[in-house]
Design a protein around this ligand. Sequence first.
Ligand SMILES: [Zn+2]
Length: 384
Amino acid sequence: MPYRWPADTEFTRIELAVEEQWCRTCGGALTICDHRYHRVFTLNGPLHLVCKLVHCPTRACPAHPQTLSPEAETAITMPWWVLGWDVVWWLGQRRFARHWSVGPIRAALVDTYQIRLSADAIETYMHRYQQMLAARRQAPGQLAAAYADVEAVRLAIDGLQPEQGHETLYVVRELERKRVWFAEPLLSSATAEVQQLLVQARMWAEQLGKRVRLWMSEKQDAFVRGIAAAFPGVPHRYGAHHFRRDVAKPVLEAESRAKVKRRRTVRGVRALEREVVSARRSTDLPGPALAPMEERRDTLKHVEEPQDPAARVEEATQDVVLDYCAAVRGLLNDDQGGPLHPPGLRMAEALGEGQASLQRNLEAKKGGLRTTDSCGWPETSTGG
Ligand SMILES: [Zn+2]
């Protein structure tokens, strides 16, 4: 990518020479035949690299047409790059470890290092950074170390198509160490194409010296046949995701209908609450005309304790009724959950518990009021 350097850029000039002095083919002395100039940004300022190219001057030597470049150049940057390695690492660290976007990266390069780059250029170098990262993760030594204490691997293959008609990106992952082994965009999802990826996965496992314990994928023909052919005898489990997604829709629809039906059977909560509140109002105090239920209850709670024990029992009883009403209303409005934990089932279970709790209290009341006083009620009600 040609970069237009400002006329007043001050470069540090570095001359680089080929280390070898003698022709490997004929043993004659190598001579300088040309210069290549390469200007790059580094975090310590722009460099002007002068690469001295050499060749074997003996026309009869088979190596004569070859030109050698100084190896030292690639320790600073790659041929044709405008950024030194240090700037590329800086970019990658800011982008992937610090999650900076291109804008702030671009601004920081100018502010801190006086490096002016287009957004396109930054994206290109970030892409290169990712490629190098991927290459490093695939490096045999790194892999062997990561899998040193793994007895057998579990592999998965997925095809991701960003848009209809686009290439599908096939990703082969290993699930023991949760690593992406490799990814390949394929235009066709034909069995033969996918087969190459499976063969590649087999080579990886063989190089690691690991047994393949299991394959996981969607139940696509190419995967089913391909895995059976490349990994005979290895169990192949199909992903449950599609199945769940397909089954979730009718489940949720049926669920919603069931919920509506069940709500119809649980009625009269509001009427009960009204009854209790108006009973209290007639005995105790004038009270606000039509405030929300909770507000009215608060008002009622703050009234002086009635002295009469019978009145106290009555009030405790009313509190329990109001608590049950609030609980049931909460259950009817609960819509937490999803296809795997349908809200209607939760509601049914919770209503059952509420019913059982009411029943326990009714039974407690039968025996309770004969022998004890008002305290029996609130205690038993906490159990529900
Ligand atoms: Zn030679």
